[in-house]
Ligand binder design. Structure first.
Ligand code: SF4
Length: 332
């Protein structure tokens, strides 16, 4: 499908019902009646960047915490006991608190407990990604947040994350280092969503050529309330989000589409049947939040507070098989 056709699908004049039905049928053909489940685990909310939309933004006077090895192990054991075999290690960007050596040891700890470990941390150079790979990570998530350069500059006002191009290049560098999974995304609400969708789609198509040996996942997080009180300038409605997920599925039949607990349960159920292939469940967005909730500030408020078991049960009633184990790793 061409990008121009994709643009047509984003337009409200294209009826949503048939679009979703087509996306659903394509998702079932490519991925089966499955939904992969994963859990994010926050290592630290220390951050040197000012990102005006984020609860961890440097100027926010919040309770900060970086987990030590024993705390990390407890959190990982908690998540593993819930059934997860796929974990995403997330961290704010602060090289003093979460150095390469720290991240490496967190990955190593996770590798001993989970079938699949991905990281969502500050962009690294190729050597850094190779170290993470060697420690046991196989996936890297780097959201561009805003593809619109002006919007990007307006919300990233200080710190290394101001460098738009360095962020944009990170997934390709991770792929060169050997990472098997790449996650990209746009934070919806920062810029007009249809233009962001076009840019995200263009980025994905490029990665499918330049990083063809890695599998690709796309995320479409919508801004949620967080410390700092940022109000999205370009809100995205539920209907828009459903349309975007369905349109992306039709453009990129083999890409995973990831959905977080930022969205409310009824909408998550709907999106599960519109093209999403991977979901987090029971998430906590504060470091230490699984074992010791509320000792530190979370990144944002979650909307779906169902337990992982409740999410899995609901998926079954929707006719989907929740997959806790990473299927690629299982095949390998
Ligand atoms: S979005 Fe990431 S880099 Fe920006 S303040 Fe939040 S944790 Fe730090």
């Amino acid at each position: 499908m061409s990008l121009e056709r994709f643009r047509t699908h984003l337009d409200p004049s294209t009826p949503l019902g048939p679009l979703v039905a087509e996306a659903r049928s394509l998702t079932v053909r490519r991925f089966g009646l499955t939904m992969q489940l994963f859990a994010p685990l926050y290592l630290s909310n220390a951050c040197v960047n000012t990102c005006t939309y984020c609860g961890f933004s440097r100027p926010n006077a919040i309770a900060r915490r970086t987990l030590n090895e024993a705390e990390l192990a407890r959190e990982m054991d908690h998540v593993a006991a819930e059934g997860f075999r796929h974990i995403l290690l997330v961290s704010g960007e602060d090289p003093r608190e979460t150095s390469l050596a720290y991240l490496e040891s967190a990955v190593r700890l996770a590798h001993g407990r989970f079938a699949s470990v991905s990281i969502e941390v500050a962009p690294l150079d190729e050597t850094g990604y190779r170290r993470m790979l060697k420690a046991g990570a196989e996936g890297v998530v780097v959201y561009q947040e805003a593809y619109d350069r002006r919007a990007y500059a307006a919300v990233h006002t200080s710190g290394p994350k101001k460098d738009y191009d360095a962020r944009l290049k990170a997934p390709e560098i991770a792929a060169r280092a050997g990472m098997r999974r790449l996650g990209i995304g746009a934070l919806l609400g920062l810029a007009p969503w249809r233009e962001e969708a076009m840019a995200l789609a263009t980025h994905a198509l490029r990665l499918q050529k330049t990083a063809w040996q890695s599998t690709l996942t796309l995320s479409l997080p919508r801004l949620r309330p967080a410390a700092g009180g940022y109000v999205p300038e370009h809100p995205v409605s539920d209907e828009d989000l459903v349309r975007l997920v369905a349109a992306l599925r039709l453009l990129l039949p083999d890409a995973g589409i990831v959905l977080s607990t930022r969205e409310a349960a009824p909408l998550r159920d709907r999106l599960a049947l519109a093209g999403v292939t991977m979901m987090s469940a029971g998430s906590r967005t504060e470091p230490g939040g699984y074992e010791e909730p509320q000792k530190a500030e979370g990144q944002f408020e979650i909307s779906d507070d169902r337990s992982p078991a409740e999410v899995a049960a609901r998926l079954r009633t929707l006719g989907l098989d929740p997959v806790w184990k990473d299927w690629d790793a299982a095949l390998v």
